[in-house]
Design a protein around this ligand. Structure first.
Ligand SMILES: *Cc1c(COP(=O)(O)O)cnc(C)c1O
Ligand SMILES: [Zn+2]
Length: 398
């Protein structure tokens, strides 16, 4: 795994030299010929929850060492069926709860694998889950971390990142360009941005875990939120590897979900294009997925086309309703950015793209305990005097 390869034109590069192909598309690690087999004969339901992490798949990860400490705990997240939120006459819905990662999102997978390969200072361009993840993992390994956040990042978020004591830079000027700036220059700091090859390598493990749980079968579809396209690339890469190794009876279709207010990939899909064009984008509650010019957008779109899936734009209203539904009916608190996944399942069931015979795995990418509920709904809190507590409690069952 010392080579990077372009999914689009097939050009190869030595690992570490570049993150982009000369053709402009993002690179990923070349695992061709590495071979893949499930870590142990499991015959289904193989992921042992609570004990395994993504390091279960170490032979197909480009890490120099298997880490201990925080990085050792990434991945191995729960996957369970949630009948209470399944649409009528719709598919069986299985939730992959990435909020149980050490810093509360799937970003820990890519960070853990990246940090296990890189020694020395690390950085990232993010003001959300990726910033938090890189800052925490750097703290655990006593590494310097440069975190570049946008000028308008709210203090509440900065405070969350700052607890891990990274070098935090609030950047004035065009934040969108920084992504390329940190890739193009030799800064002495390895930037683990959202579609960096190491990050994609770590993030592919979510799809190994999902497929292993169904092995030797596979779910009919995997549905996930998309922003930069990094995670979607990882899921596609995993499916390609599993397919090449012949360990799956069928290949799941990849469906991506975006907020309708910022949906460049969905628009390209509807146009029938293979190239994603930047959009203007409006503010949305889906703060973790509002990327108007996704660096791995074309690759995410290719993943969808290659697996015969689709891309769904989810309205603000249905996203917020779904966020509430997941918490109130399934007991899973997520950010609105994650709820687009199961909202998309609902929309796809409504147009019969999914039916009652289908198994659909929805990746809930991050916890809602960080960025979820911001206000208490009127009906959910009652003021009560201590003397009235017994009656008030009895009331809820009468
Ligand atoms: C980063 C993030 C995404 C989007 O992932 P990409 O790899 O950028 O497409 C989705 N959901 C959450 C919660 C995230 O933090
Ligand atoms: Zn190329």
């Amino acid at each position: 795994m010392e080579r990077l390869v372009c999914y689009d034109c097939g050009e190869t590069y030595p690992a570490g030299e570049a993150a982009r192909c000369a053709c402009g598309e993002p690179l990923w690690f070349d695992t061709h010929g590495t071979g893949f087999s499930w870590p142990e004969a499991s015959g289904g339901g193989g992921v042992r929850l609570g004990r395994d992490s993504l390091w279960r798949y170490e032979p197909v990860l480009p890490a120099a060492t298997v880490p201990s400490g925080l990085a050792a705990a990434a991945g191995g997240t729960p996957l369970f069926r949630a009948p209470s939120i399944e649409p009528a006459d719709g598919p069986r819905v299985h939730l992959k709860v990435e909020g149980t990662n050490p810093t509360g999102s799937f970003k820990d997978r890519g960070t853990a694998v990246g940090m296990a390969r890189i020694d020395g200072p690390v950085g990232t361009v993010s003001h959300g889950n990726m910033a938090l993840s890189v800052a925490a993992h750097a703290a655990a390994l006593d590494r310097e971390a440069a975190i570049l956040v946008a000028e308008d990042t709210p203090d509440s978020r900065l405070a969350m990142i700052a607890q891990h004591d990274p070098h935090l830079f609030r950047v004035r000027g065009e934040y969108g360009r920084l992504y390329e700036d940190t890739l193009d220059h030799d800064l002495g700091v390895a930037f683990l941005n959202s579609d960096a090859p190491l990050r994609v390598a770590g993030q592919k493990t979510v799809a190994y875990e999902i497929c292993e749980a169904f092995a030797p079968d596979a779910p009919d579809a995997i549905v996930l939120p998309v922003s930069s396209g990094g995670q979607a690339s990882g899921v596609w890469k995993a499916l390609r590897e599993l397919d090449a190794a012949g360990v799956l009876l069928s290949i799941p279709r990849i469906y991506l979900a975006q907020a309708a207010r910022c949906d460049p990939i969905a628009r390209a899909f509807r146009r029938g294009d293979s190239r994603v064009e930047p959009v203007a984008g409006e503010p949305t509650a889906a703060v973790s997925i509002n990327n108007a010019d996704p660096p791995s957008g074309n690759r995410a779109l290719a993943a969808v086309r290659a697996t015969d899936g689709g891309v769904v734009s989810v309205s603000e209203e249905s996203m917020l309703a779904e966020t509430d539904r997941l918490a109130a009916d399934a007991g899973v608190s997520v950010e609105p950015s994650c709820a687009v996944a199961t909202a998309a399942v609902r929309e796809l069931a409504a147009v019969s793209e999914f039916g009652p015979d289908d198994d659909v795995a929805a990746i809930l990418t991050g916890s809602g305990y960080k960025y979820g509920a911001t206000e208490v709904e009127g009906s959910s809190v009652r003021e009560v005097d201590r003397a009235d507590v017994p009656d008030a409690v009895r009331d809820i069952v009468s």
